[in-house]
Design a binder for this molecule. Sequence first.
Ligand code: ADP
Ligand code: MG
Length: 641
Amino acid sequence: MKRLINASVEIKLTAICALAIFIAFIGEFSGLIGHETAIIFYLVAYLSGGFYGFTETLKDLKNYEINIDFLMISAAIGAAFIGQWLEGSILLFLFSLSGALEGFALDKSKKAIHSLMELRPNRALLQLPDGREETVPVEQLQIGHHVVVKPGEYIPIDGNVIEGFTDVDQSAITGESVPVAKEAGSQVFAATLNQQGAITIKVTRRSEDTTLAKIIRLVEEAQRNKARTQRFLDRFEPVYAISIVAFVLVLIFIPLLYFGQEFDSVFYRAMTVLVVASPCALIISTPASIISAIANGARNGILFKGGAHIEQTAYIRTIAFDKTGTLTKGEHLVTDIVPVNHPCAAANDLDQITEESLLSIAAGCEKTSEHHLAVALLKKAHENGVEPITALNMQAVPGKGVYAEWNNRKVAVGNLRLFDGIAKNWPASLADTAKKLQTEGKTVIYIVVDDQPAGVIALADQLRPAAQKTIDELRKLGVEKIVMLTGDNEQVARNIADQLKLDEVYAELLPNQKLEIIERLKSGGQVAMVGDGVNDAPALAASDLGIAMGAAGTDVALETSDIVLMADDLTKLPYLLKLSRKSKKIVWQNITFSLAVIIMLLAGVFIIDLPLTAGVIGHEGSTLLVVLNGLRLLKSGGGGL
Ligand code: ADP
Ligand code: MG
């Protein structure tokens, strides 16, 4: 197939080819040079115009394969064979020109993402332990170094803010247009723009491991990873090429042997067929579009892990959402702390369970957990000035909660599933309290010491402001079924599902039960799962299309999903659907158009004796048109997206 590298060398060879054709043709036409001399110039044209095609052909022939370049080179040699040097060299000229232009066009979409790299400064202002500042190349920064970023400068490296306040424009990484406020503890990314405040950051990743570097690597891999249509076309290319050769041989020998037609005209027609039947446009139609779509996505904070996922998105009929952190913000606030009288009262540290001690136990157990609820509990303890207990051997049970040890006691924090079998012995009043809180849409967790309840804590989360709008838009786009999967309580889940008018809701699921539901949903067509990557990995993997949200900076989500939405922005989902449908449309436009041109040109050869040059122009012209049509996908926003 068309070589995508060295477009600039190829364009020079193409220019030499054009010049040689010009000299040969004008020279011979005006009588300035003789026919033999003209042929020398045509040979120069052949060598320069056919150089790349010829080397590609040799490479494939060594593997006993033939490709489109082989067809083109054969047609040109055939033309020379019957003295049609001019037409043969025009063929090679246009072939090489369109090859070079395609190379440029595809490079353009490949580089569209690489330009992000240029946003990242090459140097950083390193703050030395003695307080002095020194400018160093970013490659020299080590994890733990302190770097100063002045207002208006691009941030040179990934890190955490340790001093200062500012707003950062993160659109290059997350596609979000609104700047994000940063303070001590916030994460910042290389290549994002620091707006008004000076900040000092502590480096968390080396320059080759930054989120930016990872995005660029993933996008480049994705562009190599082919879409299904393209894989089909790639398999089809050699078969098609051989069929054309066979057809052309028939076109030469049958008329000669059985109809006694004149060799030159038979051969000329066969060469024209060879050119117009070649599927150059067909083969390039898909990559030209898919590569552009991947670049478009990356600039809008949508990372495709492969070309195949763009096609797949267009076929999605069911979307399953995780609740916490996906449809909701995942920023819980502790709303109620309800201690109960612990029965093992006698003379120990627990006879008076207070709001404070309850929070202290809960926060202590959650200290090492990364769960949204854990974060909220620790924050609340900090705000209230409550010191978390020093728990030991903390163990998280996904979808249930955590266990720990404290002063030789067994402590546990989680939902009822963590207490299967023992909860039935608890006082009924506790269940009533929990029920009441849950009907208010709050998530309730139990704090249990030595199998006896010490109290419950209720936490409330908020719907993302964009959730309703996103769901409505997805429905308008024709998504048939929208469901929610959650590990949270039935009542809380219902509350949210009713607000959003979802089709189905599945609650109280463990991570592997989410996977089972996904498998079941698949019987109704292609299923996408949208999760925040905290513990949705099995479901993301089981779905036809795993979409991880808000993943800038979290490695697990980047790895387990097929598509990554860099920002916590649900509105990227309808955009994703529109982009992939538009890509699918353009791919099929290209395929249909390429086939139609081949059929028309072939008909032209047999019906009106289409000249070789016209065939060449039609063939190469259609190839360029499909590439340009594919490039339309680079444009964000416009074009009906
Ligand atoms: P979702 O499916 O909504 O994202 P998860 O599967 O992460 O929720 O958790 C489901 C439920 O499991 C939570 O609502 C909570 O009751 C319980 N749980 C999970 N992890 C923890 C934890 N670290 N502390 C307390 N409860 C937890
Ligand atoms: Mg979750």
